[in-house]
Design a binder for this molecule. Structure first.
Ligand code: SAJ
Length: 427
């Protein structure tokens, strides 16, 4: 059993959100229990092998050696906690919010609630989740009254993995409570970590903030994606127009067209909002439906361009050898979640192409099915390449010289054998 004298914090979920929070709090002086039901993850953390790019192995080692951080899969170590922060995944299942992790965490931590403690939900979710779903579970498990016997709040995570400028300690944190005393408790906790705070009047506003932030991105990326697909018929260089628009010092934010929108945020969060709007109002949230259809359609647009380029060179896609340059969903990350590369590769395989890939960021243990590594292909020439991920530096090296023609979807490489997706030149 984990015993401590300092204020005891439990962080439920030791992923890209929970682990940095747990380590930071342990450095500040909290006695932290990091709970995760993934026993392999807990085992790695105990061996100071960080599963999160923003937390170093050394930081894990120091936190554990200081006896201020205790990773575990056993909720009984939550006994006697003062503060619990829930940072579990909120994925989609069949395009609907999947709140099983929040419900499970609520039931498990609810057993250990005692008078005066604080529960904060950080997981991205739709307005109403904290007060309509989580609070009833916490009250049922504890037999106590939220807002009166114990405090409850919502504070969305704003972690951007790998961001070297904005981190947990300098990104303003939205905080909210189910009532004034809960807001006070939530604010006191995050203030103690040295994080700048922005209070809002209720948990629903706080839940909406995160969804608004990411829906804004999703919709605006869809805008430039759709515009880019018309740029050839307009006879314009869309990238030049976007860069020029970005010189406007106010009232504009730059987004670039790409091969599709991946990651654990943008393809998911806006659908939480549209689902909630449909559920509560009976109306569809048109912007999200449209943005989803455009962004989800980008991989097929890329495949069509690949086919056009092969046809112009009288190469049948059936049996052609095509290399995907980059699998990760965005530059300088190893994350494959919802990556457009996965659907592009799948569609090319369905059309009979032999699909290869190169991405030094992706761990061998996470290499996706159906993609032969270029290094293991034994091939010395490839009919086509599709640059999907604009990793920094010389991410693809000599491979570029083994490819007859490369379709660059990120406008990041040049060469006689390169054509740009947004301005596919005659070849
Ligand atoms: N993308 C484009 N064009 C753009 C920007 C992004 O096609 O102009 C694509 C990316 O290639 C990627 C996807 O969209 O496939 C998502 O990119 P993202 O830059 O939004 O990165 P994410 O998914 O990691 O978003 C996170 C979010 N952070 C949190 O949810 C806490 C988001 O709110 C951040 O604004 C974003 O990082 C960021 O700024 O980097």
């Amino acid at each position: 059993m984990f015993k401590t004298s300092a204020q005891k914090l439990v962080v439920v979920g030791q992923g890209y959100v929970g682990l940095p929070l747990a380590v930071l709090a342990s450095q500040i002086g909290y006695s932290v229990v990091g709970i995760d039901t993934d026993e392999v993850r807990i085992s790695d953390i105990r061996r100071s092998l960080s599963p999160v790019s923003d937390v170093s192995n050394l930081a894990l080692q120091i936190a554990q050696q200081s006896s201020k951080y205790f990773p575990t899969a056993d909720y009984s170590n939550a006994e006697g906690f003062d503060i619990a922060v829930i940072t579990v995944p909120t994925p989609l299942s069949n395009r609907k919010p999947d709140l099983t992790h929040i419900k499970s965490a609520g039931r498990s931590i609810g057993n250990w609630i005692r008078p005066g403690c604080l529960i904060v939900l950080e997981s991205t979710t739709y307005p109403g989740t904290t007060e309509e779903l989580l609070v009833p579970i916490l009250e049922s498990e504890s037999g106590l009254v939220a807002g009166k016997d114990f405090f409850v709040g919502y504070s969305p995570e704003r972690i951007d993995p790998g961001n070297q400028i904005w981190s947990i300690v300098n990104t303003p944190k939205i905080v909210s409570g189910v009532n004034a005393s809960s807001l006070k408790a939530v604010s006191a906790f995050y203030s103690s970590l040295g994080i700048p705070l922005v209070s809002v009047s209720g948990t629903r506003e706080a839940e909406l903030v995160k969804l608004l932030e990411n829906t804004f991105r999703h919709v605006n990326i869809a805008l430039v994606n759709e515009l880019a697909m018309f740029s050839e018929s307009l006879g314009v260089n869309i990238l030049e127009a976007v860069e020029a628009a970005a010189t406007k010092p106010f009232g504009f934010m730059k987004f670039l067209p790409g091969p599709g929108v991946g990651g654990h945020c943008l393809p998911v969060d806006p659908s939480y909002l549209s689902w909630a709007i449909e559920l509560k109002s009976g109306s569809s949230f048109k912007f999200v439906e449209l943005a989803n259809s455009i962004n989800d359609g980008m991989p097929d647009y890329v495949v069509n361009q690949v086919e056009n380029l092969l046809n112009r060179r009288s190469i049948d896609i059936q049996g052609s050898r095509i290399v995907l340059l980059g699998l990760a969903y965005k530059s300088d990350t190893r994350d494959l979640r919802e990556s457009p590369a996965l659907s592009i590769g799948q569609t090319l395989r369905e059309k009979g192409a032999r699909v290869f890939a190169s991405d030094n960021w992706v761990l061998d243990s996470n290499w996706p099915e159906g993609f032969t590594k270029v290094a293991e292909s034994g091939a010395d020439r490839f009919d086509m390449g599709v640059l999907i991920t604009n990793h920094s530096g010389d991410a693809y090296g000599e491979i570029l010289n083994k490819i007859d023609l490369i379709l660059d979807t990120r406008n990041c490489i040049a060469g006689d054998n390169v054509v740009q997706l947004w301005g596919v030149a005659e070849v």
